[in-house]
Every structure is written in C-alpha cells, then in structure tokens.
Design a protein around this ligand. Structure first.
Ligand code: BTN
Length: 248
C-alpha cells in the first residue's frame, strides 16, 4: 500500500513514528521533505514535486538489517532501468546508485541514496522493524542539482524523460516486494545479484574509516555480511563494514 503525504519533515521519521499503525510492506512517499535525512548525519535535498522520497516499512524481517539496503538498491535500480532502458547505472557500496553517462563514461554522478533505520517500540531495545528510506533524483533540473554538495544527476537530466512520480512509486513497491521475497527465499541468488551490481569490484579505492584512518587498495569482493574487502599495497586484507569512500 502506498501512503501519500504532501509536505513532511522526513518520510523516515514519519514511518518510524507511525510504525505500529502502518502495514508491513507499506511505502510512505512525500511530495517534499524539509528535513530529509541522509547518511552520516547529512541532510537529503528534497524540493517539492520533482523526486521520489520514500520509506519502505519492513516488519518481522527475516534478514539482517543491512540487507534492507540491498533490497532498496536492487529494487531502485530495476525500477529506474524499467523506466529508462539503456541507462548506465550501478551500485556504489554501501548504498548509493550512481550513473555514468554513455557519452562520458568516466563521470560518476549520484542519482539515489538509501538510509535504513531500525524501529524499536518505546522503552524497549528489541528491534522489531526496519524503515528503509529511498531518495531518487527523478525530474530534478540542473539548477537544483547544483545545490547538491557532490557530483549528482537526475533521471530527467540523463534521459530527457519526465517521470510520473506516483506511477514510479507503484513500480518501486512491486520491485521492493520482489527483492524482499528473493532475499528471504533465495538468499544466495539475491546476494550474487547485489554483488554483481557493485561496480567497485576490482577498482582502486581510498576509504576513510570511522576512526579517521585511511585505507587505500583494490576492492577484492564483498562478504555476505555486507563488508567491502580491500587489499592494500602491502597485501593486507581489510573487511570494512562502514566508512566513507574518498576515492573510487
Ligand atoms: C544518503 O545519504 O545517500 C541517503 C539518503 C536517503 C534519503 C531518503 S529520502 C526518503 C527517506 N526519508 C529521509 O529522511 N531520508 C530517506
């Protein structure tokens, strides 16, 4: 079921507050957010009427928390490709969708980001649900894209296609449910698909860890726990759970 809101602070905040009243597999969408949440305490630029700002409600998850981000990433990729076949999109660990335009394949432009948050009932530490937030730049024009603090793009800028946001949300919800089932029932196939979409495999990266340490080396794989595996210049192997990619 899709719940449509007009203006809200954050669809994630709304879905967490209303969690008990929302059905499993609901998708909360809003026309705009005035306090859209991004990763690492950043804000997510959410002007009215142009993009999708969505939060997917997951109850009784049969998978670890980080898998909800993979579900969102794969479902968003599939929906974007169904909408605009031929577009060159890829997943950037841990939870972004990037576009490398065909006319400029070395460019890396962010089109979407995911932020999952856990739900625990008041006065309890038990995690009983996940709200998985998805922000995708759909119909955003260049003037707004330039307000984003990193190289970014929108589906409209890449394809000239103006998308019906509610129709896109319906397709997105179908794909979220498809990948949720795949994760629950055929975990190996699901993981293989997620791994394959990660363009960073085999590439040289530099990653800033949460303790400030910089690790540089080649990405050799991803573990089924969601870690990125980097082999550094001395041959040492690092399994990284969180951090910020500074070079990729
Ligand atoms: C990122 O920093 O890349 C993650 C961005 C996640 C943004 C989405 S928009 C809908 C949902 N509600 C929020 O407040 N944030 C997420």
């Amino acid at each position: 079921m899709i719940i449509k809101l007009d203006k809200i602070d954050s669809t994630n905040r709304y879905a967490l507050t209303e969690f008990a009243n929302l059905a499993d597999n609901s998708l909360v969408i809003a026309d705009c957010q005035n306090a859209g949440r991004g990763r690492r305490g950043k804000s997510w630029f959410s002007p009215p009427g142009v993009n999708i700002y969505a939060s997917y409600v997951i109850k009784d998850a049969q998978f670890p928390f980080y898998v909800s981000l993979w579900i969102c990433g794969l479902a968003s990729l599939r929906t974007l490709r169904e909408t605009a076949p031929g577009i060159n999109l890829w997943l950037k660990w841990p939870n972004d969708i990037y576009c490398s335009p065909k006319h400029c394949p070395q460019a890396k432009l962010k089109m979407a980001g995911m932020l999952a948050e856990t739900y625990s009932p008041a006065a309890s530490n038990i995690i009983s649900g996940i709200v998985a937030g998805i922000g995708i730049n759909l119909n955003m024009l260049q003037a707004d894209i330039e307000k984003i603090d990193r190289p970014a793009t929108s589906l409209l800028l890449e394809t000239g296609l103006k998308v019906n946001i509610v129709y896109f949300a319906e397709k997105l919800l179908e794909n979220l449910q498809y990948y949720r089932q795949l994760a629950e029932k055929q975990g190996d196939q699901f993981f293989a698909e997620w791994q394959q979409e990660n363009r960073l495999l085999g590439q040289d990266v530099s990653l800033r860890q949460d303790n400030g340490e910089l690790i540089s080396g080649k990405v050799t794989g991803f573990s089924s726990r969601g870690e990125m595996i980097i082999r550094d210049n001395t041959g040492g192997s690092h399994n990284i759970m969180t951090g910020e990619l500074e070079k990729f």
